[in-house]
Design a protein around this ligand. Structure first.
Ligand code: AMP
Length: 187
């Protein structure tokens, strides 16, 4: 049974929703670097202040901030037996760091699920979500920038894991239920 899982997908691909369903089905604890950063912002910490402007511009938060945060998380008791990571890694450098952190713990990833969607369809979905959630990073120019960052920096991570031989590609077009059915079949 796969225990150490990463979920990848463009912003708005529905990966947060699918991540929750996977965790429930496999009884795995999950962490989302985006959610952790939003908590830091809400708590008004130094880390939160550094992150806020970058997030609002649709830019990535630097590895010097993210990598130690993820290393601390993975070394905590809660994730000792397995996890599902949502929003990390977002670059090949982060993927290499994740491999190193896990190797130091004597383990490695078992599975990477990529929710593959049509990027233009995603803009529409995200604008719709912006109306509901009022996230400061969900305005159209910021959404477009996030998608550009995704294409340039995060998409190569898919190839990285394909080469590692642990990639599961899921067609992410369609309804939440349709996508979930495709994932569930493969778990
Ligand atoms: P998310 O909730 O995963 O869409 O993340 C929201 C924002 O947090 C992203 O647009 C980035 O600015 C930042 N962020 C989340 N995860 C990472 C990461 N692994 N590396 C760099 N920045 C991140």
């Amino acid at each position: 049974m796969s225990k150490r899982i990463v979920i990848l997908g463009a912003p708005g691909a529905g990966k947060g929703t699918q991540a929750r369903a996977i965790c429930e089905k496999l009884a795995l604890p999950t962490f989302s670097t985006g959610a952790m950063l939003r908590e830091e912002i809400a708590a008004g910490t130094e880390l939160g202040k550094t992150a806020q402007e970058l997030i609002n511009q649709g830019c990535l938060v630097p590895d010097e901030v993210i990598n130690p945060m993820v290393a601390r998380t993975l070394n905590s008791e809660k994730f000792a037996e397995g996890f599902l990571a949502d929003g990390y890694p977002r670059s090949v450098a982060q993927a290499q760091n994740l491999k190193k952190v896990l190797a130091e713990m004597g383990t490695d990833l078992d599975l990477v699920i990529n929710i593959d969607v049509d990027l233009e369809a995603v803009v529409g979905r995200m604008l719709h979500r912006a109306e509901i959630e009022h996230r400061a990073d969900d305005t159209e120019p910021v959404i477009r920038h996030r998608l550009k960052v995704y294409h340039e920096t995060t998409e190569p991570v898919v190839e990285y894991y394909r080469n590692e031989g642990i990639l599961l590609e899921i067609d992410g077009n369609g309804t939440i239920e349709e996508v979930w059915e495709r994932i569930e079949k493969q778990l």
